[in-house]
Ligand binder design. Structure first.
Ligand code: OAD
Length: 254
């Protein structure tokens, strides 16, 4: 029997319809500042308060957002596949809240709800909205208030400044997560690779998609606009992710 081996890759465009601005889109700017210039070690060294303010606003926006039909479609794709791995550049938790198990997903640019020390190994996972009330109750609310009071949190272990647990421009990708992608690719190629909602600015996104596709497999790009990946895709779907992805998955499930 034929086994269904799928892979996915998502970027900011998949969360755009949940109200989370993309990086390079017209509403990506925050107070006239380019996110690509805020998400850097240099920006944090120069003005950690400003960078934290930006992350706090993004966290709040994510807390208020809901997963959309594109996130749900990816979860369904994972359920019907014999093997599946999603590599997402998104640091929000919307794939997780749409029910995608963490072992089927690599957040290659980190997780914006992680706060980690800029000097030592200390890190903590700050609560996420969906589980806050149920899991943390009043403690969750207190933590949120605390978060708002601490303009720049300090490490409880070494007192250095804490930062968001995301990958900034010029930083290395997390080694363990890279290994998970390599292991998946080593196990064999996929019948279907879907890349949705990313400009594919980083070469590794294109490399992984090309390596994942079997010689006669499909590489589908879902994006209203042309990207650096488009020339390699076997099918271009120039539609918003919430329209295209549910339809693609419906077709697969018949
Ligand atoms: P970008 O902001 O670069 O690109 C968003 C992409 O989504 C664009 O290609 C849009 O055309 C597309 N798009 C917009 N709305 C869409 C919709 N409704 N459905 C489908 N596609 C849509 O975001 P990313 O490619 O994810 O990295 O950016 C990658 C990385 O750049 C981020 O993870 C971040 C940033 O710098 C780091 O911080 C290291």
């Amino acid at each position: 029997m034929h086994r269904k081996l799928f892979a996915g890759s998502t970027g900011a465009g998949v969360s755009a319809e949940s109200g989370i601005p993309t990086f390079r889109g017209k509403d990506g700017y925050w107070r006239n500042l380019d996110p690509a210039k805020l998400a850097t070690p240099e920006a944090f060294a120069r003005d950690p308060e400003l960078v934290w303010e930006w992350y706090r606003e993004r966290r709040q926006r994510i807390r208020n957002a809901q997963p959309n039909a594109a996130h749900a479609a990816i979860t369904r794709l994972a359920q019907i596949a014999d093997e599946f791995l999603l590599v997402t550049q998104n640091v929000d938790d919307l794939h997780k809240r749409a029910g995608l198990p963490k072992e089927k997903m690599v957040q290659i640019h980190g997780d914006s709800f992680v706060t980690r020390c800029s000097r030592c190994d200390f890190s903590r996972k700050d609560y996420t909205p969906s589980v806050a009330a149920a899991t943390y109750g009043a403690a969750g609310e207190q933590e949120q208030e605390q978060e708002q009071r601490d303009v720049v949190p300090r490490c409880p272990e070494c007192d250095a400044l804490m930062r968001a647990g995301v990958v900034w421009f010029g930083e290395h990708l997390p080694w363990n997560e890279l290994q998970r992608i390599e292991n998946y690719l080593d196990r064999g190629t996929c019948d279907l690779v879907i890349v949705a909602g990313t400009t594919a600015t980083f070469g590794y996104i294109i490399d992984w998609a090309l390596r994942a596709r079997a010689p006669n497999g499909e590489l589908v790009e879902v994006n209203p606009e042309d990207t650096s990946l488009s020339e390699f895709a076997t099918r271009l779907v120039r539609e918003p992710a919430t329209i295209a992805l549910p339809r693609i998955v419906d077709r697969i499930t018949g």
